[in-house]
Design a protein. Structure first.
Length: 243
């Protein structure tokens, strides 16, 4: 099996709250970190701009982390958007579909992201993929579940004959617990940075500022973010398993 560096990571970085916290976790943990993002025609493309803002602010406020950041790649994945009839890639209502899943579910999205991130990691000699996926406070997407992601990671190890690991530090954490992790990693500075500059709203609304960040306040992503922020600020304890 092809040996890859266990101290080098590629982070799946969307510009959202979870991937920003996962990025900070990776920067604190690994010697070298590269980020990769995906433009798949998402309605909330404002998150792609958030990626630049997060990078700028980390460089300004956490120079030691910035020195570990080797680069960033944005992958054009427009084909995924074209074949996906979802509320994230079309102007359709955000609701629960007949299959019981939210209409914001983009089939295969995270699995496709992992394949492309792994290809980049292989090229860079990086032995770790890091993602902000979570199955505690989430929208019910089946490709956010740990079993699905680890199965994909095993397929990548076999298909590339390479020792590549997948880490998801938020997998068992509530949104409130994820904010506590951010505080442990970088204090109030990091919490405020991510709250201000990351983007989660599915509708791409950036005109309205709330205590928990920017957004429409009534899509599932905003509701989860608002709930998590409120619980974090209130010091609400939640069950969690730290990876």
């Amino acid at each position: 099996m092809y040996a890859l560096a266990a101290d080098k990571a590629v982070v799946l970085f969307s510009g959202g709250q979870d991937s920003s916290i996962a990025l900070a976790w990776a920067l604190d943990r690994y010697r070298s970190v590269e980020t990769v993002g995906f433009d798949y025609g998402q309605r909330h493309a404002v998150e792609l701009g958030a990626r630049s803002a997060i990078r700028r602010e980390i460089a300004r406020r956490f120079p030691a982390w910035s020195e570990k950041w080797e680069g960033d790649t944005l992958v054009d994945l427009a084909a995924l958007g074209r074949i996906s009839e979802t509320a994230l890639t079309r102007d359709v209502e955000i609701a629960i579909a007949d299959n019981g899943l939210p209409t914001t579910f983009v089939p295969g999205r995270n699995l496709a992201f992992m394949v492309l991130a792994a290809a980049l990691a292989y090229r860079r000699g990086a032995g770790v993929l890091v993602g902000g996926m979570c199955e505690t406070d989430y929208s019910g997407y089946p490709d956010c579940r740990e079993a699905a992601l680890q199965a994909q990671a095993e397929a990548l190890r076999l298909g590339m004959d390479a020792a590549i690991a997948f880490e998801s530090p938020l997998m068992r954490r509530s949104k409130a617990a994820s904010w506590r992790l951010a505080e442990e990693l970088g204090g109030k500075t990091l919490v405020d940075l991510i709250n201000e500059h990351s983007h989660s709203c599915y509708r791409g609304v950036r005109a309205h500022r709330h205590a928990w960040g920017y957004g429409c306040a009534n899509c599932p992503a905003c509701e989860l973010r608002a709930k998590g922020w409120s619980e974090y600020c209130a010091g609400v304890a939640a069950p969690e398993t730290v990876k």
